[in-house]
Design a protein. Sequence first.
Length: 132
Amino acid sequence: MDNGSQQVSSSMFDTIKDSLKVDDAIAKVKDSKELLLWAAIYGGIGFISGFFFRQYNRYLIALLLFIGVLVGLQYMGVLTIVVNQEKLSSFFGVQSAVANDQFFMIFFEWIKANVFIAIAFAIGFLLGIRVG
């Protein structure tokens, strides 16, 4: 009787193992080590950003106003600001978004291309605000 119950339990274990595809999950984790590293880096950047945002929000507002003035001067034709997207993408190691003329479209395309990294940054940012 014990032999029959051992066969049933081992075949049941094999069925569960096959349905969970443990080997495939382990292979995916090995392949995604680089993605996990980038998520950790961007999560850390988000945490630091959130912490400094909480501590130095007055200075950040002044910086944003300064950037707004620069953008306004560019709009009026006084300044020319050029951003090399390919160099930025290669420097930060992320996929570049499809080029559009609108900033928000490029931003959301980048988020769609790098969802995991964007979520890691957002979680780190919120934790940084909470701790700061």
